[in-house]
Design a protein. Sequence first.
Length: 343
Amino acid sequence: MKILVIKPSSLGDVIHALPFLNSVKESFPTAEIDWVISKSLKGLLEDNPLINDLIVLNKDSWKNIRRLPKTLAEIARLKKQLKKKEYNFVVDLQGLLRSGLIAFSTHATQKVGFADSREGSTIFYDKKLTVDRSLHAVDKCLEAAKAIGANLKKAKFPLNVSKDAKERMRELLGDTDEYIVIVPSARWASKRWPAEKFAALIKKTSFPCVIAGTKGDRKISKKIIDSINKGGHKKNWKNTIIDLCGKTDLKELTALLAGAEAVVSNDSGPMHIAAALNKPVVAIFGPTDPVKTGPYGWQTNKKLTVIKTLVSCGPCRNKNCADLICMEKISSNKVMKALKEYL
């Protein structure tokens, strides 16, 4: 059996799809499973023993009109590659026009997707799955596994932590072997707990704190560190702050999270990686609904805690908001109380 999984992005969504991969591979051990992944996220799935082949999309550059000739050539090569594969099943877990077109480009016997997929992508599916919209994203992906004949068991996240990435983290962290990871950013501005509150939290813990993020998150980490320094905080062995924003790739970020005592994070991709690695996580939620997109299993798993303030306007799912009362009302004391349970 040959199966193509289409789930190129985003970071958290790819993590949500990993139990689909595990369930299908456990049910069909000899199946060859290929995965369509965005170039920026391929490090998350590279060297995964359950995946036969990664089909990498440079989709972020496709939006650049100046690259149109290159983009058209890349799309032509992709279509040619897919037609050669002769898949039995194509499962579109992304549910957008682009992913629907990718499914259409194959000669698969069955093209499977969700009935509520967007941008008209459902016209490319042979089988449209209707699922409860209140389901967590992980459970929704598992319904797709069930639809192609997989046996559903407990959700497992087959996430590879490479030896090279572990070694790189040892170099970056030096003598720091016990630490908390702080993830202060998120794709939406409205999902970010204020930097000053992260600073107040860091002051309250005696553990070294490692700030994780991309190069673009350096402004936030600088704001946190400046806020700590303004308060007369003196660094010592008990409360060292290590800023790794922009210094780790996805493999190294995964290794960093795997070695943490605990993780404090906004609703973000790294939060889902930490939960998939079964690390203690304190997740701070504002405009989004943790029932649908929180760390999977947080309602029953004692290692996962969601901090959220009930407000009349939430969850609003607004990417920008002039009055972030849902985040402002969450105190550093409340987050610290939850974090202490894991330290």
